[in-house]
Design a protein around this ligand. Sequence first.
Ligand code: NDP
Length: 480
Amino acid sequence: MKAQPTASHFIDGTWVEDAAGRAFDVVFPATGEVIARLHEATPAVIDRALAAAERAQRDWARLRPVERGRVLRRAADLIRARNADLSVLEVLDTGKPIQETEVADWPSGADALEYFAGLAPTVTGETVPLGADFAYSIREPLGVCVGIGAWNYPSQIACWKAAPALAMGNAMVFKPSEVTPLGALQLAAILTEAGAPPGLFNVVQGFGGVGAALVSDPRTAKVSLTGSVPTGRKVYAAAAEGIRHVTMELGGKSPLIVFEDADIDSAVGAAMLGNFYSSGQICSNGTRVFVHRAVKARFLEALKVRAEAIRLGDPLDPGTQMGPLVSAAQVAKVRAHVDLALREGARLVTGGAGEGMFVPPTVFAEVTDAMTLSREEVFGPVMAVLDFDDEAEVIARANATEYGLAAGVFTADLARAHRVVAQLQAGTCWINAYNLTPVESSFGGVKASGVGRENGRAAIEHYTQLKSVYVGMGPVDAPY
Ligand code: NDP
C-alpha cells in the first residue's frame, strides 16, 4: 500500500502497533484506492501514550525556553526541507490538490513551529510591588495536553496544536481524525528527529471513542479540539467533568459582505477562495456572501465565469485546482444540501451535484436567511449569495446565526469597514481579504464556534496557567 506508515501509532519516541485494535482503511479520495490500513488504539495503547507524555513533560518543562524552542525550530526546518514529499502524502490523505498542499498545509505547520519556538523565550511573568513586600507571577505549563483533529487540515491542525503546547513546556497526545490519520504520524517522527524527548508528542489513532477516553483521563490537563459543534459540545462537557482547560475550534457559517463600492474582482476572488479552496472544506469559509443589490449582477456574472474555469481533476496533477471531497460520506452530505437548496427555491447559478467524489464549484443566488443553506454548515464547495440594501440590515442578518467563527467585509470606505467589523460577532475578521490565517495573528471563534484561540500571542494563555507568588519581606504580624 502506497502510504502505509511504519505502524499505526507513535508513542514514547517510537512506532507502535497493536493489531488487537479495530482495523480501518485509509482511502485516497480521488480514486478510492486503499493507501494504508491502521488499527485503532486499544486501552493499553492509550494508557501507554498518556504515561509517556506525563513522564516526558516533567523534564521538558525544566528546560530553558530557548532550548525547547530550538527543537521546534529544527522540526520546522525538517518540514520545509521535506515539504515536497509531505505534501504528496497530504494529497493522498485528504484528496486536496497538490498546488494547495505544497503552499498551505505543512508550510503553515512549519510557520507555527517556528513562531512558537521564537515566542517561548519571551514569555515572562510580572512583579507586583506591595510596599515592603512584593509578589511575582510565573506562567507554568499545564501538563499533558490532548489534541483532537478534524480531517480537513490534518497536518496543519496537528502542528497548530503541538507548537504552542510544546513551546510552553507541555507534552501532547494527539488523535487525528480516522479519515486522515497519516500526517500527524510524520509530525511525531520529525519532532523526534529534531530532538524532542521520547513521549513529548504522541499520536494515537482511532474514532470518537479514543478521543473520549483521552479527554476523560485524569492525567489530561487540557483538551484542544478542532471539529464540529456537536462534537465540541460533547468534548467540552467531558472536559468540564474533570475541570480541564479547553480550546474549541468549531464550525461556522461566516458572512462575507460585499458593499457597492467594493473592488468587485477582488471580492469575487475572495468569495471563491472562501468557498472553493480545499473543495470548500474549511471551517472559516465565508459561506453566506451578502452582495449589495446595486452590484449583484456584476458580481454574479464575474463569479460564474471564473467558477466555471476552475480545473477539477487528479489532485496529484500540479495543474488541478480542485480535487474531490474527502470521503463518500461528505459527498453525500454536500449533495443533500444542493438538492435541498433547489427544493427550497434558491437559484442555481453554476455547478450542482457533480459526479463520483467530485462536486464542482457551486453558486446559489437569491438565497434567503430562512433557507437551510443560510443556516447549516455544508463543508463543501457551495456558495450562497444573498442580497442586501443597507449597512444596518446586513450587520443584523450577518449576526443572526448561532456561529461566530469568521467574517469578511469588502468596501473602499475604510471608515465603514472598521465600523462594520466592530459590530460583527466573529472571532476572526478580514477587511478586503478573506481566509488568510498567518500564525502571527490569533484565530478562533465566538458563540457556538468555539472558545480559546490558536496562533498569535493569545495562544500562550491557552497552554499555560498563572502562578502568583507572594513574598513577605518582614516579620509576620499575627493578631493572635
Ligand atoms: P468531528 O466533529 O466529527 O470530529 C472532530 C474530531 O473529534 C475527530 O477526530 C473525531 O473522531 C473526534 N471525536 C468525535 N467524537 C468525539 C468524542 N465524543 N470525544 C472526543 N473526540 C471525538 O469533525 P470532522 O472531523 O467531521 O471535521 C469537520 C468539522 O470540523 C466541520 O464541522 C468543521 O466546521 C469543523 N472544523 C472546525 C475548524 C475550526 O478551526 N474551527 C477547522 C476545521 C474543521 P472521529 O473522526 O473518529 O469521529
